[in-house]
Design a protein around this ligand. Structure first.
Ligand SMILES: [Zn+2]
Length: 319
């Protein structure tokens, strides 16, 4: 049986899976990304991971049809070059060519949010859907636009950068992209933490204040957990993020008229506390006909979406 390597290269960890032709992960592993050691150390670790993954699973290299890799990067798809990999501090690296030289098989690169969208389309929440919008709510906000079953890259590979849609033209927070008031400064996990740290100063008691006193900080995971337990300030913070997301999705929906919008990433774990205000804001802002057939659903594959979507890139070539 032929299989693929699906790799999700992030600023925190490298995830690698051996994926079969149906999109199932047969074996997988994860290692911290040696960011400080630079590009060649990361390349070496990816190679070592592939060697040991194959050894563990009993697969020979000849049974691997190719590898796909999702990277948090702006990519020049014509040249196969990672123009800018923000979290890793790389510029103009030829990851695709370097891995092909190492492994003597086809390697495909894709933006990580696009890879996650493809994973959800192949075996996740968007299975069988070919007009799909996927948002990943993590430290930042990534987006992937799928039109007719293919990622839409746009003129220079930047399509789907939903996290950088301006949602607060005045007085917004500073974004990693250098501008202010982007969707990801107002509705990502990072934004939820900033909101919570602002709000915790206004309250003198309760579980949010206790958590802050105990740990000296707050995390998005804590805020989501407390919101689920009914803590009113945390619920408000998550609902605010949901409303902002719903309004932005209405804009995207008018433009793209998708069949489905899949919402993944850690923040989506908030469940109905996020989704109810999101859908309410969405419905009141969207052009009704553009939203007639759309369903807004949570992602299904969790942090495996990137690996599966990366493998799909090779699977698609093999069809
Ligand atoms: Zn931005």
């Amino acid at each position: 049986m032929k299989a693929y390597l699906g790799i999700d290269l992030g600023g925190t960890s490298i995830k690698m899976g051996l994926v079969d032709q149906q999109g199932n992960i047969l074996h997988n592993m994860e290692n911290p990304t040696p960011v400080k050691e630079g590009y060649h150390a990361v390349l070496k670790l990816i190679d070592q991971m592939a060697q040991s993954l194959l050894r563990q699973s009993g697969y020979a290299w000849r049974n691997i049809s190719g590898a796909g890799i999702g990277v948090p990067a702006f990519i020049d798809f014509q040249k196969g070059i990672l123009v800018e990999v923000v979290n890793l501090g790389w510029h103009n690296v030829s990851l695709q060519a370097d891995l092909e030289r190492l492994w003597h098989m086809p390697v495909m690169v894709e933006n990580d949010a696009n890879a996650a969208a493809l994973g959800e389309m192949w075996t996740g929440a968007g299975k069988g859907v070919s007009q799909l919008l996927c948002l990943t709510l993590g430290t930042g906000i990534g987006g992937g636009v799928i039109i007719n079953g293919e990622i839409y890259h746009g003129a220079n590979g930047t399509a789907g950068e939903a996290g950088h849609i301006t949602v607060k033209p005045q007085g917004g927070r500073v974004c990693n992209c250098g501008r202010t008031g982007c969707l990801e400064t107002e509705a990502s996990a990072t934004a939820i933490v900033v909101d919570a740290l602002e709000r915790v100063r206004e309250i003198s008691a309760g579980p949010l204040q206790e958590e802050f006193q105990r740990t000296g900080t707050l995390t998005a995971r804590t805020v989501i957990q407390l919101a689920r337990q009914g803590e009113p300030v945390c619920r408000e913070i998550i609902a605010k993020a949901g409303t902002i997301l719903g309004n932005s999705l209405a804009v995207m929906c008018c433009l793209l008229n998708p069949e489905m919008i899949v919402i993944g990433g850690g923040v989506s774990q908030a469940g109905t506390i996020l989704f109810d205000p999101l859908i309410k804001a969405f419905n009141s802002a969207v052009l009704p006909r553009a939203a007639e057939n759309v369903s807004i659903v949570p992602a299904k594959l969790g942090n495996q979406a990137g690996m599966i979507g990366a493998a799909w890139l090779v699977h698609r070539q093999a069809q």
